[in-house]
Ligand binder design. Structure first.
Ligand code: COA
Length: 218
């Protein structure tokens, strides 16, 4: 039985809780203890708030308790990723949650703290970094390398041999040609078609995708 504490709250945190519930229903051995959240006091979807985030409450849990970090918001991945790093939670304390309908190639590699949502697919020889999330029906192509803390939204798909650096957000229904690179913390807008490499900290959108802005990091 893996005891899980979700770092976050309503939104992505409750989505992840629901996915863990599906895993439990399918026979996987998990128990959700509650949420770490700095703002909420009331239960979230019947799970208690059992501590804060920035006050290092995670340290009060025994070694057999695992965490999932669900604080991800479009355009502030750099800040959210830095918050995660500042908590200094050892990677081995993060659980990876794989929905029973997700398909993971036997030759793919996962990291720590991944969430693979319903019907997501990870292709042959693809590698995803720690804390990267594949939302429902997303597809990561064969031989892709996806960094840490990336968010691959619902129905997004990538061609083979792509490189997606840390903190990248691929919007709903976006797609990208094979062998492209998306630089760190960049955002691809929903329904975009990426046909060329994207520089770090850029926002691109449209078909074909063009730069429409930059990510602010201060
Ligand atoms: C790309 C995105 C991040 C841009 O957000 P933003 O920086 O706030 O940009 P704005 O909404 O101010 O839009 C700027 C311009 O780009 C256009 N634009 C925004 N998103 C676009 C998209 N996906 N495709 C085409 N054009 C888009 C806007 O129409 C606007 O054009 P205008 O200046 O001619 O009016 C956002 O629109 C988006 O697509 N987010 C991803 C959503 C998603 O995947 N969510 C899943 C999370 S669970």
């Amino acid at each position: 039985m893996k005891k899980i504490v979700i770092i976050g709250g309503r939104g992505n945190g409750t989505v992840v809780a629901s996915i863990i519930e599906d895993c439990i229903d399918a026979g996987q051995k998990y128990k959700i203890l509650g949420f770490l959240n700095d703002n909420e006091k009331e239960d979230i979807n019947n799970y208690p708030i059992i501590g804060g985030i920035q006050n290092e409450d995670w340290k009060k849990f025994d070694e057999d308790v695992y965490f999932i970090y669900t604080l991800s918001t479009v355009k502030v991945a750099f800040q959210r990723h830095n918050l995660l790093k500042s908590l200094k939670i050892p990677n081995k304390r993060f659980a990876s949650i794989i929905h029973p309908t997700s398909t993971v190639s036997k030759t793919a590699e996962l990291g720590f703290g991944n969430v693979l949502m319903p019907y997501s697919q990870l292709g042959a020889n693809a590698v995803i970094g720690d804390h990267t999330t594949l939302m429902s029906y997303s597809y990561v192509g064969h031989d892709d390398t996806v960094g840490e803390f990336c968010f691959i939204s619902a129905f997004a798909s990538t061609g083979g041999r792509c490189i997606i650096e840390d903190g990248v957000h691929l919007g709903h229904k976006s797609s990208m040609l094979a062998r492209l690179k998306i630089g760190k913390y960049s955002v691809v807008g929903l329904a975009a078609a990426v046909t060329k490499d994207v520089e770090s900290f850029h926002i691109v959108a449209g078909v074909p995708a063009k730069k429409i802005g930059e990510i602010k990091i201060d």
